[in-house]
Write a protein that binds this ligand. Sequence first.
Ligand code: SF4
Length: 309
Amino acid sequence: MTQETYGERDFARTDDLRVVHERLLSWYAANARDLPWRRTRDPYRILVSEVMLQQTQVERVIPAYEAFLSRFPTIEHLAAAPLAEVIAAWGGLGYNRRAVYLWRAARQIVEQHGGEFPRDRRQLEELPGVGRYTAGAVLCFAFGQPVAFWDTNIARVLTRIFLGPDHSPRRRDLDALAERVLPLDRAYEWNQALMELGARVCTSRSPRCEQCPVRAVCRSVGTVGMVRRRSERFAGSRRYYRGRIVAALRRLPAGVSLHALRELVGDPDSAGGELALEELVEGLARDGLVEVREEGGEYFVRLPGKPAD
Ligand code: SF4
């Protein structure tokens, strides 16, 4: 597919686009959830929320977001904190690598930008862990810039509404689509509304077309959903053991030998998989989540920056 396929004659005819704008924005105004990150325009708070919301559901993020911000209320507080404290504060959110990226991004903003967030997409994308989506979200939700961006949810909603059920647009086609349908004067509400619709109505597996505000003009109404993916087995997976290792080290600030760690988290090999504990620890060390030191022929592991005793 080329961008030509997504020209105005193929989607978002003026009338349809106007209807989508009106109906989706009215629905959002009446139905938006009162989420803590919708009450702020502080770029630091927006960034924390966006990083937490990657991979984690809203209900789990809300208490973690509030606890994290009471511990690190400003970007300076976060940048000055030891990494181990930040990882510990990440708590049960999982995907701990995000905490490392967030901490590195905070340090970069403080050290290279004097604590001021860049208002430029390219500079934001140079921050650790910040990609096109997160940079767009900060620019739009914090600085009110009319920028388009998409993640899996927004991409699904845009594709269904404007293209139809048989389309799998490439990244650059989605960029073009998102930009073309963005109402420049209502970018904040529009991007929030797309997310809200994707989370609550146009869900991946069970879209509720009968309750959808844009059903009259949606090109996929009644035709999508119910595609069940085989869920990835979590227990025994790489992510499962990585999470267990970091959780064990949170309880043991002085660190622990590799041998004792195996006792604490179980042996990945005996779970029938091909994961070796050493390899998992090495991966965590490469991601900056743990430190490994050798002492008397034994390896010791701890969270980074924790005292040695
Ligand atoms: S009509 Fe159905 S497929 Fe279209 S946007 Fe609404 S919920 Fe999604």
